[in-house]
Write a protein that binds this ligand. Structure first.
Ligand code: ZN
Length: 212
């Protein structure tokens, strides 16, 4: 019996930054080997981000089983991508070494205690460049939005799907790619690209069926 299941990608909205009218999404990758969570959104409020007027819809209050996640990937460590990291003390958390270094040393980069909570140590796995995380799931270095940004490339039944974090903050950036990371995403010719702050994925023009 062949019980190999396809790899799937599912977006989950975890909040909103009202001041800039941006929803915040994380993405769940269900792989035969287990569940991967890409970015962790926001899990609590913080005085430093009051001016963004955040609304939070934490994963653990949406009936999401936190224990089902065995790997977390941070595309980068801005506050709206790592705010829920502390909810995953048992998971391995994959992030680029450059990103971890920058977030821990540069002022006003993020909310430091959301990366390294005082209550417990998180299991960061710093990586340098491209890595095959599991068969069909790769981490790809995509500098631009931050020096240490990475995206997740997933082989699905729909073809290659990219989870881009903020490497592109909105779809139009991929129509006219400027950064090294954006150019790399386009060069992969993905079927579609999930962004952190849009409800619908970006579909490259080349992937649209003519006449439809
Ligand atoms: Zn960002």
């Amino acid at each position: 019996m062949n019980d190999t299941k396809p790899i799937t990608v599912t977006p989950i909205k975890v909040g909103e930054l009202r001041a800039v009218e941006m929803p915040i999404y994380v993405h769940v990758v269900d792989h035969p080997a287990g569940r991967i969570l890409v970015d962790t959104g926001l899990a609590e409020l913080h005085p430093l981000i009051e001016d963004m007027q955040p609304i939070i819809e934490p994963l653990d209050q949406q009936g999401f089983d936190l224990d089902s996640v065995y790997i977390v990937v941070n595309t980068h460590l801005h506050f709206d991508h790592c705010g829920g990291n502390r909810l995953f003390p048992k998971a391995r958390i994959f992030v680029q070494q450059q990103e971890l270094d920058d977030a821990r040393t540069q002022p006003d980069y993020t909310i430091p205690e959301w990366i390294d909570p005082p209550s417990h140590k998180l299991n960061y796995v710093p990586v340098d460049g491209d890595v095959e995380l599991l068969p069909g799931v790769r981490l790809l270095s995509t500098p631009g939005h931050t020096r240490g940004s990475q995206v997740v490339a997933v082989e699905t039944l729909d073809g290659e799907v990219i989870i881009a974090g903020d490497t592109a903050v909105w779809s139009g950036e991929l129509d006219e790619p400027q950064s090294e990371g954006q150019r790399r995403i386009v060069s992969l010719r993905p079927s579609f690209v999930w962004l952190s702050h849009q409800s619908e994925p970006y579909v490259p023009a080349s992937a649209v069926t003519p006449g439809s």
